[in-house]
Design a protein around this ligand. Structure first.
Ligand code: NAP
Ligand code: MG
Length: 403
């Protein structure tokens, strides 16, 4: 079979541990035999990040800006224990955080549904996509443990000297305070990314916050979304037959559970963090979820939502065959190849990406799966396989899909 050529390189960000091992297998078995793979390779594995003083992460993110599409393997975010395990020079920041800051993006996460695994919520017929604002709020907050009696104030000093000062609380004893922020520019980017993504998927967009309680902070989010919707997207939404609506987060939670799915739920940073875990678990597992970071100027970074699966990696190092689920990583590759195909007008490449997804889903729907999914199946007796056996089964299906 003639391999599918590529024009623009994909930015490839390699990672750590079990996912790094699986990354190589996916390339060898499921991509390189079929595609004349062209990538610009960045090794984001922790040892190389350490060697380069984390410059490689910044270079990779800039390459993503340049070429438009990247695919990223899960990476270790170092903590104290990793410092000694890898003899690190520094406790490097989360690569995902660094990349998000450079791309200024919104993260979209969608569960991958298969027939044998039914969502916990019975009426969910279609996947629900979470759109998480990936900037600011408590993730960039300043906190203080109040030692005892005293006054906490909120102070802003403007560039031109104008200022604002208000009492937060007159403490009668010890307590805690927190100052969090966001920027109109980032909220605008978030809104644009959500509206564009809803149009590209032709799905309704919901946005939820708590503006009744947070009359300035959350209300600003609500107002910016509404303004941008009316100005830039309403006409296109009406043409596409989709809707945008804002509702309170507690109302949204109730509606989500009662819904059939099939829409995008935009959430502030913390809400998105929590709700995406709730949704992924209720739909199946983190290993069955796609994740893409979309920047306001249309750059895409595809990744798996889970981590480097450390416990499995230690078993792999001892020579054991593990049954680690590679589906989210396969879908990161297929998502990136499909987007590259779309942007380059490379139809065969986009078709290959769909075939890879179909072969993966066919394998799962036939009951061949990794251990994490076996316990979730209903109505069939699944066959538990190792990661390598699972990838080999997908390859067989892929060859017949392509033939
Ligand atoms: P994790 O790697 O997601 O794994 C947690 C547990 O979830 C695993 O031990 C495993 O459970 C199960 N699991 C996750 N993915 C699986 C898969 N593909 N197949 C089968 N089971 C899977 O999270 P973690 O252990 O908290 O973090 C490990 C490392 O990953 C950390 O260094 C962290 O910094 C990093 N991390 C990276 C990213 C990212 O780059 N996107 C995200 C999160 C965490 P069992 O052991 O019970 O089988
Ligand atoms: Mg989380």
């Amino acid at each position: 079979m003639k391999k599918i050529p590529m024009t623009t390189p994909l930015v490839e960000m390699d990672g750590d541990e079990m996912t790094r091992v699986i990354w190589k297998w996916i390339k060898e078995e499921l991509i390189c035999p079929f595609v004349e793979l062209k990538t610009e390779y960045y090794d984001l594995g922790l040892p190389h990040r350490d060697e380069t003083g984390d410059q490689v992460t910044i270079d990779a993110a800039n390459a993503n800006r340049k070429y438009g599409v990247s695919v990223k393997c899960a990476t270790i975010t170092p903590n104290g224990q990793r410092m000694s395990e890898y003899s690190l020079h520094q406790m490097w920041k989360s690569p995902n955080g660094t990349i998000r800051a450079i791309l200024d993006g919104t993260v979209f996460r969608t569960p991958i549904q298969i027939d044998p695994v039914k969502p916990v919520v019975k009426n969910w017929k279609k996947p629900i996509t979470i759109a998480r604002h990936a900037f600011g709020d408590i993730y960039k907050a300043t906190e203080y443990c109040v030692p005892g009696k005293g006054r906490a104030e909120l102070v802003f000093t403007g560039e031109n000297g104008e200022s604002f000062r208000e009492t937060i609380y007159d403490f009668e004893g010890p307590g805690v305070i927190q100052g969090s922020f966001n920027k109109d520019s980032s909220i605008r980017s978030f809104a644009h990314a959500c509206f564009r993504y809803a149009l590209s998927l032709k799905q309704d967009l919901w946005f939820s916050a708590k503006d009744t309680i947070s009359k300035k902070y959350d209300h600003t989010f609500k107002d910016i979304f509404q303004e941008i919707y009316e100005k830039d997207y309403q006409a296109d939404f009406e043409k596409a037959g989709i809707t945008y609506f804002y509702t309170l987060i507690d109302d949204a939670v109730a509606r989500v559970v009662r819904s059939e799915g099939g829409f995008i739920w935009a959430c502030k940073n913390y809400d998105g963090d929590v709700m995406s875990d709730m949704l992924s678990t209720a739909f199946g597992s983190l290993a069955m979820m796609t994740s893409v970071l979309v920047s306001p100027d249309g750059k895409y970074e595809y990744e798996a939502a889970h981590g480097t699966v450390t416990r499995h990696y230690y078993r792999y190092l001892k020579g054991e065959k593990t049954s680690t689920n590679p589906v989210a990583t396969i879908f990161a590759w297929s998502g990136a190849l499909a987007k590259r195909g779309e942007l380059d007008g490379n139809r065969p490449l986009a078709d290959f990406a769909s075939a890879l997804e179909k072969a993966t889903l066919d394998t799962l729907n036939a009951g061949i799966m990794t251990g994490d999914l076996c316990g979730l199946c209903e109505g069939i007796t699944p066959t538990k396989v190792t990661t390598e056996e699972f990838i080999a089964a997908i390859r067989k299906n892929l060859e017949s899909v392509l033939a």
